[in-house]
Design a protein around this ligand. Sequence first.
Ligand code: TYD
Length: 207
Amino acid sequence: MSARGRFITFEGIDGAGKSTQIAALAGTLRARGIEALLTREPGGTGVGEKVRDLLLGMEMHVDTEAMLMFAARREHIAAVIEPALAAGVWVVCDRFSDATHAYQVGGHGLEAARCDALEAWVHPNLSPDLTLLFDLPPALAAARMAAAGGVPDRFERERRDFFERVRAAYLARARREPERFRIIDATRDAGVIAAEIVDALDGRAWA
Ligand code: TYD
C-alpha cells in the first residue's frame, strides 16, 4: 500500500497571486515523481461547483454562507480529498477552512464558535500538512485585480476594510499554528515566491 499523500493548501486575500504559484508547485511535485491533484474551494466536485455559483453570486446571511462553504467542503473531502490522500496522491488545494475563518468570521462577522463547530463536524481529523499564506496589503491586491481586469465576484467587490479584517484573521491563525503555516510575502516577484515555496516544502520532514 502506498504512503498517505500530503495535503497542501494555499490561502490569502483575493488578488494575492495564488493561482500562478499553485500551478508552479504542481509542476515541481510532478517533476519529482509525485502524483499531485489540484483542486479548489468552494468547488472541486459537481455539487461543490454549483454551491460555488450560489456563494459567489448571491447575497445571503453569513450563517448560510458558512454552512454552504462547509457543505461544499464536506462533499469535496468525501469525494475527492480523502480518496486521493488515501491513494498516496498529494492534494494541492486553493483555499480550505482557514478561508472560512478569515472571510466569514474575520470579514463578515460570523460567530467564531459557529465556524469552529462546523469545522469539528465536517473534518475533525483532517488538517493541511502545510498552508501557504500569501500576505500583502489589500491596496496592492486591489491594484493587481484592477490591472488584471475581469468581472469581480461578490467577495472581490468588498471594500478595503473587509480585506484588512480578512488579512488580520489569516495572520492571527498563522501565528497560532506556526508549524503548519508559512507566511509568504506576496508583494515580491513570482520567481522569488516560487523559490520560497519549494524551500518551505523542502523544510518539512515529510517532503
Ligand atoms: P477563489 O477561488 O480564490 O477566487 P477566484 O477564483 O476569484 O480567484 O475564492 C473564491 C472566493 O470565495 C474568494 O473571494 C474567497 C471566498 N471564500 C470564502 O469567503 N470562504 C471560504 O471558505 C472559501 C473557501 C472561499
